[in-house]
Design a protein around this ligand. Structure first.
Ligand code: ADP
Ligand code: MG
Length: 261
């Protein structure tokens, strides 16, 4: 079933057409990678879907409901979770407290909570941490975690909202290759187990080809190719776009970081 349907989405900034008539859809349980060189319009797409940016034109439907132009909080409530390009956990809290906070806001409770948070939904929060392999770090402060571990906590925080769709804009930026693979393997497993649709960007081609069910390639705001890993590897327009960026399409080639941001 179609979870996310994007039709004729466009956005320009001061005459720059950042996203230009883009249409695609994503099913529950599917991992869809949005790739393309620096400035292709990937983040702009994400930010229109999560409500941070108002589309110039086009429509966005989640589960058959139009969400175009809704506020970020309302879109989040409808089941669109995200992890951030910049880690968004609260450093002053423990790992467990971060997940408890996320559960609280899912329940729409407000802030008389600080005195009580210690016991609130602890079991559920621990279960989420267990799912992402962070239960053993529950009592540590987020400030002292390794970068890859912060990303796992972020994933637990996103899952606390029981998302139907997860948006991950460069979730593995700044990670070592093994960490990238571990995070994406975990994401892929959770997507299948919980039937969550995942839209992600990633500049390591090996990660993209390994984990994405479907790929969409943007170049200068336009969608230039769509298909599975084999189709994209063999697409002449995609090769042309990536030519000179340091990327190659062997399964183990990583795209040059600078070129893809
Ligand atoms: P990507 O994430 O694929 O690298 P972006 O979506 O960030 O690309 O950017 C697409 C284009 O839109 C770029 O030319 C960028 O400079 C421009 N752009 C993005 N955000 C803004 C903004 N807030 N104001 C002006 N121009 C922007
Ligand atoms: Mg970006």
């Amino acid at each position: 079933m179609t979870l996310l349907r994007i039709e004729h989405l466009s956005k320009s900034f001061d005459g720059v057409q950042a996203v230009d008539d883009v249409s695609f859809s994503l099913k529950a349980g599917e991992l869809l990678a949005l790739i393309g060189p620096n400035g292709a319009g990937k983040s702009t797409c994400f930010n229109m879907i999560n409500g941070q940016l108002k589309p110039g034109a086009g429509s966005i439907e989640l589960d058959g409901q139009r969400i175009t132009g809704k506020r970020p909080r309302d879109i989040w409530r409808l089941g669109v979770g995200r992890t951030f390009q910049i880690a968004a956990t609260f450093n002053s809290m423990t790992v467990l407290e971060n997940v408890q906070m996320a559960l609280l806001s899912h329940e729409r409770r407000v802030f008389s909570l600080f005195s009580r948070i210690a016991s609130w939904r602890e079991d559920e929060a621990m279960a989420l941490l267990d799912l992402v392999g962070m239960a053993g770090h529950a009592q540590r402060s987020c400030a002292v975690l390794a970068y890859g571990d912060v990303k796992r906590v972020e994933l637990a925080v996103a899952l606390a909202n029981r998302p139907k769709l997860l948006l991950m804009d460069e979730p593995t930026a700044g990670m070592a290759p093994e960490e990238r693979n571990a995070l994406m393997a975990l994401t892929a497993r959770l997507a299948k187990e919980r039937n969550i649709g995942v839209l992600f960007t990633e500049h390591s081609m090996d990660v993209v080809f390994e984990y994405a069910d479907t790929l969409i390639v943007l170049a200068r705001g336009k969608l230039i190719a769509q298909g599975d890993a084999d189709a994209i590897r063999n697409d002449s327009r995609v090769r042309e776009v990536y030519l000179g960026t340091g990327a190659s399409f062997s399964p183990h080639a990583a795209l040059n970081d600078g070129a893809a941001r």
